[in-house]
Design a protein. Structure first.
Lengths: 320, 503
């Protein structure tokens, strides 16, 4: 069915006469998302690529293909080993997920298997508790966890994802042990566990937590980032302000990459057009409406960020 | 009765066109193997970018409703469940179709879907706040017991021998462990890179149900020189309506089980049809006829899987928690228009929320009307000679498994499971318990591990898994379910011995 739609789009693009046959790109581009349809990454990828067919962007549509499984490993394994490096196969990346996975091993990729194009979003992890919870600040949490070692249960979306990294950092910074409860089924299941009181606290995405707080279901105690989020949560302090030495290493960066071996000319062209495409006013409007923080970074900035994350995560995950 | 004021917004030209288009499209997508409701809704999301919020949601709601019902078409006619929701429909539905009663089976399926669907949406309209609390009552321990309850019906499902049923279920549970485990972070039974994500449910469904049939059809085609003559019975609609009314028990059991299971986040609608089918059989005086083409089987399964649609949206609309994969996609559809579901959704966005829910009521009726229209035509599929049918089904099976995530790995998994199932069926095993094991395995396992992690940090495993009224109630139902199966088995054996014709 997706092929049919992609085919229809191709016909439409050809009819509209926007295709320059001798120049890249001259046919629709595929963007692989390694999470399921409807998840935050999928949802944002669909928004940021919706103007790809515009004359001032790529001039051809981008079709999303989902290859979910094993926390993203299935899709990225496929992308590293089987995707063609011709510029017509892109993928969405999630940092720190794929770098942390490559450090833990058992996958066929590392940060050197891919070439970043541009970053579109940065979703920090936040520490949440239910509305009825006695905890009102990170100090309350740390104090309780200090008196009751290993007894404070908190949820997050799986292992070696941003939530897990934030959990490890908090425990390390506070010098306490708590019981991290990874859930299957992403951030939504972890959020449900907090709202329903299955666990005492949780780590979740800023965007999802913002909506849940708007709905009156949770309290947000702190955000694991360098600065407060002025757009959505200006009143929530950072971990540093709360006295915990937790930086932005768990921030979930999302962006677009291509496989290693893609011709430089194509990488350069994508790297110059794609950040502009992310800044389209319609894209920004939809992202803001969905509560998704936008953070556009160009190729050079992303390369530096990957490098930095890789070094830090190697250190953090060393003794695990 | 606030909702009634918003019917006007459904009966506008663009809304009705989208509703009708979404319904017909959904029926066709649902009838195509491999295109589950989740996928159909995800495919439509990009179209809703261009629509007003309320119109986009009407389109998605119509597609959700009708793909669930449309799955009955391929389940009955081809014995390929379009989605896990339709597995139970294959058990009796396909037997009826093989006897030329496809039209009757389809009519019953759509009428039962209508009744279940309307009641499910009515629950969503009237009882949402109450139901939301109920949905949250299910934590890891309760979900674990619920999955175990599902396991207890494995033995009695779709096979004459309890032992073979249990063995099939165990194979399913084992297959469910393949892949990378998100909770403990380990790989299990990954012999080939296409297995690293585990065995996806849709390719497995297609392989286990369709491939053994295709092989059997090819084999028969060689053996039999003459084409098997089946006459397709015409079946007037009025008779189907009367039949449904005479089997109220199955409708009630189906609707009640579907609504309750639909509410629980994490279980979703995958097992609603199977649980309803099993319950309907246990209380039916004609329980021996189940599995041989008994109308009650279809009615219970189909009323359950559409009854689940309305309640499955309760956690989404009130708590912003998507309870099923399809609900997760619908959440995306809401967010894209800046609508955050939550307790105040109906206060802040009544002009979106109510027309959306109302359109699902109208959508259920449209689904039934169009479904009944195609029923008599579709039933003629039984007239297609096997030599032609086999390659068509094989093509659909490959297309369906590939399209889930554009992966040849899924096609290999589908083919391997299918060939395995062909031989298993020759030894009297059946696919339904195997699939149930595959679905329940991850639910039981992940909730047990999460529950254990929480229990170790808090009250200890025994107090955690056996504490609280809901846990004890579920344990009691599990014990009763096992006890009943043993009792029924013993009684059947005694009757057989007394009758002197033990097999």
């Amino acid at each position: 069915m997706k092929h049919v739609i992609a085919g229809l789009a191709l016909v439409l693009a050809a009819v509209a006469g926007t295709v320059e046959a001798d120049e890249y790109p001259d046919r629709p581009i595929m963007l692989m998302v390694s999470y399921g349809a409807g998840g935050a990454t999928d949802f944002q990828a669909r928004i940021v690529t919706m103007t790809a067919g515009n004359e001032d962007a790529l001039g051809v549509p981008i079709a999303i293909i989902n290859k979910p499984g094993a926390g993203g490993r299935v899709g990225w394994n496929w992308f590293a080993t089987e995707a063609e490096a011709d510029g017509y196969t892109l993928a969405a990346y999630n940092i720190p997920h794929f770098i942390a996975q490559s450090i833990k091993g058992g996958v066929e990729y590392s940060k050197d298997s891919f070439e970043p194009i541009a970053n579109w979003g940065a979703d920090p992890a936040v520490f949440i508790v239910g509305t009825e919870s006695p905890f009102n600040s990170m100090a309350d949490v740390v104090a309780w966890a200090g008196e009751n070692p290993g007894k404070l249960t908190f949820s997050g979306a799986g292992l070696f994802v941003g939530h897990h990294i934030a959990a490890l950092q908090i425990e390390k910074a506070a010098g306490v042990t708590m019981q991290y409860v990874p859930t299957k089924g992403g951030g939504a299941a972890a959020m449900k566990a907090v709202i329903a009181g299955d666990v005492m606290a949780g780590i979740n995405n800023l965007s999802d937590a913002y909506r849940a707080r708007e709905a009156g279901n949770i309290k947000i105690l702190a955000v694991a980032d360098i600065q407060r989020n002025e757009e959505f949560l200006p009143d929530v302090p950072t971990m540093m302000e709360e006295g915990l030495d937790v930086d932005n290493s768990s921030v979930n960066f999302r962006g677009i990459m291509v496989p290693k071996g893609t011709p430089d000319a194509i990488i350069d062209k994508l790297a110059s057009i794609v950040p502009e495409m992310f800044m389209n006013s319609r894209v920004l409007g939809k992202m803001a409406a969905g509560g998704s923080p936008v953070h556009v970074m160009d190729r050079e900035e992303v390369l530096a960020m990957w490098e930095e994350r890789d070094a830090y995560l190697r250190e953090l995950l060393k003794d695990l | 009765m606030e909702f009634a004021a918003y019917f006007g917004e459904v009966f506008t030209v663009p809304a009705m066109l989208l509703l009708i288009g979404g319904t017909i499209g959904g029926l066709i997508l649902g009838a195509t193997p491999g295109l589950s409701p989740t996928m159909a809704v995800a495919l439509l999301i990009p179209f809703t970018f261009q629509l007003e919020a309320v119109h986009g949601l009407i389109l998605l709601g119509a597609a959700y409703t009708s793909t669930v019902a449309g799955g009955a078409v391929s389940a009955i006619l081809l014995k390929i469940p379009g989605a896990p929701a339709n597995i139970a429909t294959t058990l009796d539905g396909h037997e009826m179709a093989r006897r030329g009663q496809g039209a009757r089976a389809l009519q019953l399926a759509f009428l039962a879907s209508l009744v279940g669907g309307l009641i499910g949406v009515a629950l969503l309209i009237f009882l949402t706040p109450v139901l939301a609390e109920w949905a949250l009552a299910f934590g890891p321990s309760q979900l674990f017991w619920l999955a175990i309850l599902g396991v207890t019906i494995i033995g009695s499902l779709g096979t004459s021998s309890v032992v073979k049923g249990l063995l099939s279920g165990c194979i399913g549970l084992w297959l469910a462990t393949v892949g990378f485990d998100d909770i403990l972070g380990v790989q299990r039974f990954v012999f080939h890179s296409s297995l690293s994500g585990g065995i996806s449910i849709v390719p497995a469904l297609i392989g286990l149900f369709a491939i053994p049939q295709v092989i059997a059809m090819f084999a028969d085609g060689r053996r039999m020189s003459s084409i098997e003559a089946i006459s397709v019975e015409r079946h007037p609609l009025s008779r189907a309506v009367r039949e449904l009314l005479s089997r109220v028990r199955a409708v009630v059991i189906g609707t009640v089980s579907g609504s309750i299971i639909g509410l629980i986040p994490g279980i979703g609608g995958q097992i609603a049809g199977l649980v309803a089918y099993d319950q309907a059989r246990k209380v039916s005086p004609e329980r021996d006829k189940f599995g041989t083409g008994h109308p009650e089987g279809i009615i219970a399964a189909e009323s359950a899987n559409n009854a689940m649609v309305g309640p499955s949206l309760v956690p989404l609309l009130t708590l912003s928690i998507p309870g099923s994969p399809t609900a997760a996609v619908l959440l995306g559809g809401l967010l894209i228009h800046g609508i955050f579901p939550g307790t105040d959704l109906f206060d802040n966005h009544p002009h979106v929320a109510w027309p959306f829910i109302n359109s699902m009521l109208i959508g259920q009726i449209l689904m039934c009307v169009f479904g009944l229209y195609i029923a008599s035509l579709a039933a003629r599929v039984a007239l297609v000679p096997k030599s032609i049918m086999a390659p068509i089904v094989l093509g659909l099976a490959v297309f369906g498994s590939y399209s889930v995530q554009h992966s040849m790995g899924d096609v290999y998994v589908m083919a391997a499971l299918g060939i395995m199932m062909y031989f298993l069926e020759r030894f009297g095993f059946s696919a339904a318990p195997l699939v149930l094991g595959l679905i329940l395995g991850p639910i039981a396992e992940s909730n047990f591990i999460q529950g254990s992690l929480i229990a170790e940090a808090t009250v200890g495993p025994f107090a955690y898994f056996f504490g609280g009224a809901l846990n004890l109630l579920l344990v009691a139902i599990v014990v009763a379910s096992v006890g009943y199966s043993l009792y029924a088995e013993l009684r059947a054996r005694r009757t057989a011995v007394a009758g002197g014709d033990a097999p």
